[in-house]
Design a protein. Structure first.
Length: 187
């Protein structure tokens, strides 16, 4: 087995910047915001917003009060017909009510969450708070750990960018430390 040399700091940062530019093109080509904005405010979240991209992954939240299942599928239909793979979940938990679509489209993973009882405040709070808490060292630690994890089967559904960012803010810097941190959190 050939081991891949770890990316340098400059390479991680350059790739994050290049992926962000690619994301802009993808969003424009597929008219993502225009297509989903018909039902409410659109909030882009995740690594696209924070500048912590290591792979082609976009997360979109839509504040869609009362949106019914059929209407959610109608809104997603233009993406569905072009997608290579689609997963849908209707979540109806007290703190997480949404129609959740995960699509593989043109080499990208596109997550669209139509929140039917409002976008949870903690989602917006974290999105707004994180950039101000990142210095160069933390940003690179997050990029490096995401680089280690994004090919794992449990990424991003079990452990994703949010958990990695939280761990780094808690002082985690290495893969081993992240593993221990996650074990401790799971109790």
């Amino acid at each position: 087995m050939i081991s891949q040399m770890p990316l340098t700091d400059a390479e991680l940062l350059a790739r994050a910047e290049a992926l962000h530019a690619e994301a802009e093109g993808f969003l424009a080509a597929h008219q993502v915001e225009r297509r989903v904005a018909a039902v409410g405010r659109v909030l882009f979240v995740g690594s696209y917003v924070t500048g912590l991209m290591v792979w082609r992954d976009l997360d979109v939240c839509v504040d869609a009060p009362g949106l019914e299942r059929g209407a959610a599928w109608d809104l997603a239909r233009p993406f569905l017909t072009e997608a290579d793979r689609v997963r849908y979940e209707h979540l109806d938990e007290p703190d997480d009510r949404r129609h959740y679509f995960v699509l593989r489209l043109d080499g990208w993973k596109l997550d669209i969450s139509f929140f039917t009882a409002g976008i949870p405040p903690e989602v917006e709070d974290f999105q707004e708070d994180l950039p101000g808490r990142l210095d160069d060292e933390r940003r690179l630690a997050i990029l490096r750990l995401k680089e280690l994890w994004h090919r794992r089967p449990e990424y991003p559904e079990v452990v994703g960018g949010f958990e990695i960012s939280q761990a780094v803010l808690d002082g985690v810097r290495t893969g081993e430390e992240l593993e221990a941190h996650l074990r401790e959190r799971r109790g």
